[in-house]
Design a protein around this ligand. Structure first.
Ligand code: MN
Ligand code: MN
Length: 308
């Protein structure tokens, strides 16, 4: 009986990994389209909407809003409703997007560099990621991988971003318990076979440290039990729990269901009660540039399989 149970478990595990792979395949296909989509003169909102629609067209769901972070903005920017932000010549543009099948996520990011003087910044992030992926195997400590990422980025003459990390992926949870840092840390956790990680590297010409803007366009609902006063706020929680569960969503995604003024008020109430998590826009210092690279991997018995 215990043997049957064991087989059952491994069959479940295989099915789960297959869903991650399916989500990864969707992202691979969309990556092929990005070159034509991401160009100077194009509005960010058009890229966000096209990437998210392409995920849905392929039978998956966005695991979070498409992030387009430009120049010193490192992460967490997605277009708000009516956004006019447009890509310009000279920009360093990170497109970070994810898909899930039944909550099993794949997460990837690509940097487009429209500044010929900063090609080595993109290369630093890409090469650091490549080296990190070569290291990942069962038994390896996450901080060892972080040390390698830091080493490569510094060899290029840039700084790794200390606050941003790769992360474990689990069902409907984008940032699982373990992290893979961009820097060497005194302690880490052991990487284990069968785990699914988003490994991501950030190279910066700035301080290598990001700070939060006072605003957010990406949110998630946390399972906090607190009485909600506004009817609209209760409706939002029900809608989000049905559509996105615990995954991040864009204010833009709610705009079709809820009127803007009421939406803002309702989000404010949910934030004040700790029900709404806000992913504030993260930036390095003004005038600096950040490049990012990210792939999702399944840890195998002797290394890892890149699924994006
Ligand atoms: Mn990502
Ligand atoms: Mn990620």
């Amino acid at each position: 009986m215990s043997d049957d149970k064991h087989e059952e478990t491994s069959r479940d595990t295989l099915e789960i990994l297959e869903k991650h792979r399916e989500a990864g395949k969707v992202l691979q296909e969309i990556k092929q389209l990005l070159g034509d989509l991401v160009k100077p003169g194009v509005r960010c909102i058009d890229i966000c909407e096209k990437v998210e629609a392409a995920i849905i067209e392929r039978g998956a769901r966005p695991a979070f809003p498409c992030n387009i972070s430009i120049n010193n903005v490192a992460a967490h920017y997605t277009s708000p409703v009516g956004d006019t932000l447009t890509i310009k010549d000279g920009d360093v543009v990170k497109v970070d997007f994810g898909a899930h099948i039944d909550g099993y996520i794949a997460d990837t990011a690509v940097t487009f560099c429209f500044n010929p003087d900063l090609l080595s910044l993109k290369e630093a992030a890409d090469e650091a990621l490549k080296s990190a992926l070569k290291l990942i195997a069962p038994g390896v400590e996450t901080n060892t991988v972080g040390g390698e990422i830091e080493k490569i980025i510094k060899e290029y003459g840039f700084r790794p971003v200390r606050e941003l990390s790769g992360h474990l992926l689990s069902q409907y949870v984008l940032h699982g318990g373990k992290v893979i840092p961009n820097i060497s840390l005194p302690h880490g956790a052991k990487i284990e076979e069968g785990e699914v990680y988003a490994v991501e590297t950030f190279a910066s010409t700035g301080s290598g440290s990001v700070s939060e803007a006072p605003y957010a366009y990406i949110f998630s609902i946390q399972p906090v039990l607190a009485p909600i006063r506004l009817r609209e706020a209760r409706r939002i929680v029900r809608f989000v729990e049905g559509e996105y569960k615990t995954l991040p969503f864009a204010e833009r995604w709610l705009a079709k269901q809820f009127s803007r003024g009421r939406l803002r008020l309702a989000l404010r109430e949910l934030a004040s009660k700790g029900i709404l998590r806000q992913y504030k826009v993260l930036s390095d210092r003004k005038g600096s540039y950040v490049a990012q690279a990210e792939e999702t991997v399944i840890v195998s018995d002797d290394g890892c399989e890149v699924i994006t």
